[in-house]
Design a protein around this ligand. Structure first.
Ligand SMILES: [Zn+2]
Length: 133
């Protein structure tokens, strides 16, 4: 069931809301940016995330092919979400579940968790090692 959750960066300048269906699961990826940031995410559609305040505080970061835009707060450095577009999915957001202020931990840990081998451009595949993610 889709439910609206509210999130923010650490300093509170950036506030957003996202319509999330936790039964769809959460994911962690081993690509260079996700692994360094320990980015634990949930995917929502392009019209299922709304920045409520602080959009001017968000700095966009891209690397490699630049397929994903990683947004971080220019004051506190938190990355509340990234944005991308795929032929199979259309426009989407990867929401940092750690930035969701009203998602109960018990609900988060009960949701299915999938691992992705983004390091080798095989997001559909589980990496051999996931314990560090
Ligand atoms: Zn901030």
């Amino acid at each position: 069931m889709r439910k609206t959750y509210h999130g923010s960066c650490h300093c509170g300048a950036v506030r957003f809301e996202a319509d999330i269906d936790l039964t769809q699961g959460t994911s962690k990826c081993n690509c260079s940016v996700c692994a360094k940031g320990r980015f634990w995410k949930v995917i929502v559609g392009g019209d299922e995330l709304r920045v409520v305040t602080g959009s001017e505080k968000l700095t966009a970061y891209r690397f490699g092919g630049g397929a994903i835009t990683h947004f971080f707060c220019d004051t506190c450095g938190m990355k509340p979400f990234g944005q991308g577009e795929k032929e199979s999915m259309g426009k989407f957001y990867g929401v940092n579940v750690a930035c969701l202020d009203d998602m109960p931990v018990k609900d988060l840990v009960a949701a299915p968790l999938e691992y992705q081998d983004g390091l080798h451009d095989h997001w559909e595949r589980r990496p051999q090692e996931v314990r560090h993610l």
